[in-house]
Design a protein around this ligand. Sequence first.
Ligand SMILES: [Cu+2]
Length: 161
Amino acid sequence: MRILSILLAAALLTLAACGGSSTPTPAPTPTPTPAAAAPSAQEVIAATLDVVMHDIYFGDDNNNIANPPIWRVPAGAEVTINLDNQGGLDHNWAVIKKDVELPIPFMPDQNADLILWEGGVLAAGGKDTEVFTAPDAPGEYIVICTVAGHYPSMQGRLVVE
Ligand SMILES: [Cu+2]
């Protein structure tokens, strides 16, 4: 019993000593921060679209009104668009401004103010690669061929995500 008491007292003393002599843990010395790396140039998201044109529709389905082809791009992306006119007529690919009413027929000389971006008109059998910057505002944009009379038969959707 006595030994137990001594042990207990010793333990208490140890605890007290420990508590009394405890010093606040020094804060870790902050590691010197290396000079911040120069911010990298803002990354540009790239996207590629392949567009096939026929008389008078885009893509595979000759019913763009009911089943328009959909092209998806990230907002603000640098979009490379590969245009392939497999038809026998002139065609182009034009993105229309958001939420505007499109006249039927669309007349390129009278309705040019409705166009957000357009590629050049491709002659029959022509191919071209063009680059445009996708809109920053997400949503669905109507794409048309602006050759007179080709809209609404020839249309699709650009979905900006
Ligand atoms: Cu066309």
